[in-house]
Design a protein. Sequence first.
Length: 155
Amino acid sequence: MRLKRLETGAGNYTAKIELVPNRAKDYRCGARNITVASVRVGRSSVSIGARNRTRQWHAKRHIALAENQAVAFAVEVARGHITWFYNGDPIGTVRSRAAVSDVPLTMRLRLVGQQDHEMNKTTYISDWQRGFDLHAGTSVTRGPSLRRSGYSGGC
């Protein structure tokens, strides 16, 4: 991910990388989403998390995120855990089957603005999206835990 504001004086976008259900009928208002990274342009923190219909796991991590500098976010989604990475280092882990979606997921990249507000012109560049087979290599489950709380399902 690389973010660059081309102007200032208005609102800053939030750049999001998410895994969402592959089929629209499975979406359920975000109740199966995994947030790989949610970054407000101009800030040095990232939000990560996962949801199901009744629970959510979430965390905010302070990171070194300079504008117009490429950084790497990743997520490992296995049967019994999800681990989030920033530049190759684990920044969070949930060790629960309930956090892992029960439907196929696809990646969604987006810039989220503030409704009815002017936003700063911003570029969001992302490349090298790829997936790896979990049957090769070793899973990582040593990241800091995320907070668990209730979730109303979104709709």
